[in-house]
Design a protein around this ligand. Structure first.
Ligand code: PLP
Length: 310
């Protein structure tokens, strides 16, 4: 049996998990042993922030889900309205005020075979809402985090958000062993691609925000996309170009973005302190402004579809 889902910072439990049309007790939430997500990592996913009970940037997350599915020759498992309904119902049933919602879609289960199953095989859909402490995340951002760099071992389609997360898991373990919270992957030319589960940014000497341009080497982070809107609203300058580890070490500021941590300052890279070793003003300002720009869709109930989840 899976241990009860108490979050690391002691927040409340996940009670109910959505699996293929049913809301199951956490302990009973399971998929088939021959699920292709399990055997082939033949599945994609999304993690959406929940804040004050609202889904943050759900439209962009569902857009990206549809794209990821399309890139691996799958369609949406249900209408967007229905998916939005499931997401909100998971949040509601688990009484999540602050936390995340995890949504995974696999190609379904059938006797193991590399070739895709036919259209008779139903996709597997799992949705897990999990509380998390906003205070703990804020404290982490207040202190800043350390990152460890390492060669990027992943495949050539990192723009697809698949569950093929072993490289990220190994990288985070290696980072943790050296006291770092995140790993930064580096390409063969010495440029940072992205974090193991985040996009990577620096602030250069002129105060410009620098992040790698979108290509198949990185995921189009929803937080990255919304942050670009924030940057433009604040009248700051954005430069989408690769940066090296050395440049990052000499940058004024560095930070990571992800739905689970919004904007989190990086204060140490491979043991080298960045910008004096404390979070800088630009990262702080962007973090503070983020939720003013992001879309908030409230889990109004019953069944109303607030905002554009169509
Ligand atoms: N890059 C990778 C590899 C990720 O796994 C993630 C999030 O999990 C991100 C970037 C950030 O994406 P988002 O801002 O949509 O959470």
């Amino acid at each position: 049996m899976v241990p009860e889902a108490v979050s690391r910072d002691g927040a409340a439990m996940t009670r109910v998990v959505y699996v293929n049309g049913r809301y199951l007790a956490y302990a009973d939430a399971r998929v088939h042993a021959e699920d292709r997500g399990f055997q082939f990592a033949d599945a994609v996913y999304e993690v959406i922030e929940v804040r004050d009970g609202a889904l943050i940037d759900a439209t962009r997350h569902l857009d990206r889900l549809a794209r990821s599915l399309g890139e691996i020759a799958m369609g949406m498992p249900m209408q967007r309205t229905a998916l939005g309904h499931v997401l909100r119902e998971c949040v509601r049933r688990n009484r999540v005020s602050d936390g995340t919602i995890y949504l995974q879609v696999s190609r379904g289960a059938r006797p193991r075979d590399f070739l895709f199953p036919g259209p008779d095989v139903r996709q597997t859909v799992v949705c897990i809402a999990r509380p998390a402490s906003r205070a703990a995340a804020d404290a982490r951002a207040e202190a800043g985090i350390a990152v460890k760099t390492m060669p990027d071992p992943r495949w050539e389609r990192c723009d697809i958000k698949t569950v093929m997360l072993l490289p990220a898991s190994l990288a985070k373990e290696a980072a943790k062993a050296e006291g770092a919270r995140e790993a930064w992957f580096v390409d063969t030319k010495g440029f940072v691609t992205e974090g193991a589960s985040s996009n990577a940014w620096i602030v250069d000497e002129k105060g410009r925000l620098v992040t790698r341009p979108l290509d198949v080497d990185i995921l189009r982070g929803v937080t990255r996309t919304t942050l670009i809107d924030v940057i433009s609203r604040l009248g700051l300058e954005l430069v989408e170009r690769p940066f090296s580890v050395l440049e990052a070490m000499g940058a004024k500021e560095a930070f990571v973005t992800a739905a689970t941590n919004v904007v989190t300052p990086v204060v140490v890279i491979d043991g080298v302190r960045i910008g004096g070793g404390t979070p800088g003003p630009v990262s702080r300002r962007l973090r503070a402004a983020f939720h003013g720009e992001a879309e908030h869709s409230l889990p109004r109930w019953p069944g109303s579809d607030h905002l554009s989840l169509e």
